[in-house]
Design a protein around this ligand. Structure first.
Ligand SMILES: Nc1nc2c(ncn2[C@@H]2O[C@H](COP(=O)(O)OP(=O)(O)OP(=O)(O)O)[C@@H](O)[C@H]2O)c(=O)[nH]1
Ligand SMILES: [Mg+2]
Length: 387
C-alpha cells in the first residue's frame, strides 16, 4: 500500500540528508585554508610570553601600593597570565580544530535549504495527492523541526526522517472515534445509535455500511440497515443483498420517497426490536448539487445522528479536499472513511483530508469483501509510509 507516497518520502529524506552530507564534504576541504591561518595562531602565542613577564617585572615598583588590592578580586585576570604561551597556543589550536572537526561531523540545514527543497519537490508531492495546504504546513513544520540545528552527518537520514514522521503524524492524528462507546452512550440515553454514511457518487458508502455492519456483528452488536438512498436505481436492492448475506434487517421505502423518513423508520424499528445501531445509507451526491445537498441537510436535521461519516474514494485525488470541505461545511462531518486503499498507491489524500477538515479517519476500505476493513491507526500509517 501507498508505494508511490512511500517512495516520494524516501526520496525526500535522502535528498535533504544529501544536503547535509554535501555540506560536510565542502567543509572537509577546509583544512587547507586552516593551514594558512597557522602564522596568525603562532604570533600571539609566542610574543606575549616573554613580553608580559618583562612588563610585569618592570612595572611592579612603579604601581602605587593602594591600587594593588583593586586588582585582586578579578580572579580570571590574575589567573590568566599563569597559562603559559605554549598552553594557550595548544588551547586555541584545539578550539579551532574542534570547530573544523564539528564542521566535518555535523552541519545545519537553513530555512532556505528547506524552502528550496519544497519548491523542487512540489510537483512530486502534488502527484502523490498531497494538497498544497498540506505541503505548506509540512514546510513550516519542518523548518521548525530541522532548520538551524546541528545535524550529525552520519545520522542525517534518521534525523530528517524523524522530522517528517512527526510532521505527518501531527497531520493524520486528529483524535479517534470509538464506535462501541457511541453505541453504549446512545443506549444510556435510551435510543439506538445512528450513523449516517454520506459522500460522493460511487465512493463506497453502501459497501462500507455492509463492512461496518459485519464488524459490529462480530463484536456482538445488532445493527439495522436503512435504505436511505431512494434516488439511484438498484440502490435499495444492493443494500438488501448485503442485508440478506449478513442476516441483517433492512428498512426500505419506495424509490423517490423521503430519505429522512426511511432513516427515521429504521430508528423506530431498532428501538422496538432491541437493536443497537442504525447504519443509514444515503444517495451519492456531488457537493455542487444544491438540491441533493439540501436533502442531506434535511436527513441530518430530522434524524440528528450520533455520527456522520464521510466516505471518500482515496482514488479521487486532489478533489478529495474540496469534497471534504463542502460536506463538512454543509452538515458537519464527524469522521472519515477512506476507501479503495487496496488499489491506491498514492495515499496523500489521507493527509490532505485530515489536514483540511481536522477530523479523524475511522476506517480504511481495503477491498470489496466484507472483511476488507481496517481501523485507521495514525502511528501505524506513519510507520507504513516512513518505515
Ligand atoms: N477495491 C475496492 N473497491 C471498493 C471498496 N469499497 C467499495 N468498492 C467498490 O466501489 C464500487 C462502488 O461502491 P458502492 O458501495 O456502491 O459505492 P456508493 O458510494 O454506495 O455508490 P453510490 O450509491 O452510487 O453513490 C463497488 O464496485 C464496490 O465494490 C474498497 O475499499 N476497495
Ligand atoms: Mg450506494
Amino acid at each position: 500500500m501507498f508505494d508511490s507516497l512511500k517512495n516520494k518520502l524516501k526520496k525526500s529524506v535522502k535528498s535533504l540528508a544529501d544536503k547535509v552530507s554535501h555540506g560536510a564534504e565542502e567543509r572537509k576541504a577546509q583544512p587547507e585554508p586552516a593551514k594558512s591561518r597557522k602564522p596568525v595562531l603562532k604570533k600571539p602565542a609566542k610574543k606575549p610570553k616573554p613580553e608580559k613577564k618583562k612588563a610585569e617585572k618592570t612595572l611592579k615598583p612603579q604601581i602605587p601600593e593602594e591600587k594593588i588590592p583593586e586588582k585582586k578580586p578579578l580572579e580570571k585576570e590574575t589567573k590568566e597570565p599563569e597559562i603559559s604561551g605554549e598552553k594557550r597556543q595548544e588551547k586555541e589550536k584545539k578550539g579551532i580544530l574542534g570547530r573544523i572537526k564539528s564542521g566535518i561531523i555535523q552541519r545545519e540545514l537553513s530555512e532556505e535549504d528547506i524552502d528550496r527543497f519544497f519548491a523542487d519537490n512540489q510537483t512530486d508531492f502534488l502527484q502523490a495527492n498531497i494538497a498544497l495546504g498540506v505541503i505548506d504546513a509540512m514546510k513550516s513544520d519542518l523548518k521548525e523541526k530541522l532548520a538551524n540545528r546541528p545535524i550529525k552527518r552520519t545520522k542525517a537520514g534518521e534525523f530528517i526522517a524523524g522530522g517528517f514522521k512527526e510532521s505527518i503524524l501531527s497531520i493524520v492524528n486528529q483524535g479517534s472515534i470509538d464506535l462501541e462507546k457511541a453505541i453504549k452512550e446512545a443506549k444510556g440515553q435510551g435510543h439506538a445509535a445512528c450513523i449516517v454514511f454520506l459522500g460522493f457518487n460511487g465512493s463506497g458508502k453502501t459497501t462500507s455500511i455492509a463492512k461496518v455492519a459485519r464488524y459490529l456483528q462480530e463484536r456482538g452488536y445488532r445493527p439495522v440497515l436503512a435504505a436511505g438512498d431512494t434516488f439511484r436505481a438498484a440502490s435499495i436492492e444492493q443494500l438488501e443483498h448485503h442485508g440478506e448475506k449478513l442476516g441483517i434487517k433492512v428498512i426500505k421505502h419506495q424509490y423517490g420517497s423521503d430519505s429522512a423518513a426511511v432513516i427515521f423508520d429504521a430508528r423506530k424499528y431498532a428501538e422496538a426490536n432491541n437493536c443497537d445501531i442504525v447504519l443509514a445509507d444515503t444517495a451519492g451526491r456531488t457537493h455542487v448539487d444544491k438540491n441533493l445537498m439540501d436533502e442531506l441537510e434535511k436527513v441530518i436535521r430530522v434524524n440528528r445522528p450520533d455520527l456522520k461519516i464521510l466516505v471518500i474514494d482515496s482514488l479521487t485525488g486532489n478533489d478529495a479536499v474540496e469534497q471534504a470541505e463542502k460536506f463538512n461545511d454543509t452538515v458537519g462531518v464527524d469522521a472519515v472513511m477512506m476507501t479503495k486503499i487496496d488499489v491506491n498507491k498514492k495515499g496523500g489524500s489521507i493527509l490532505s483530508v485530515c489536514h483540511t477538515i481536522k477530523k479523524p479517519i475511522l476506517f480504511l476500505g481495503t477491498g470489496q469483501g466484507y472483511k476488507d476493513l481496517e481501523k485507521f491507526m495514525p502511528e501505524k500509517f506513519v510507520k507504513e509510509i516512513m518505515g
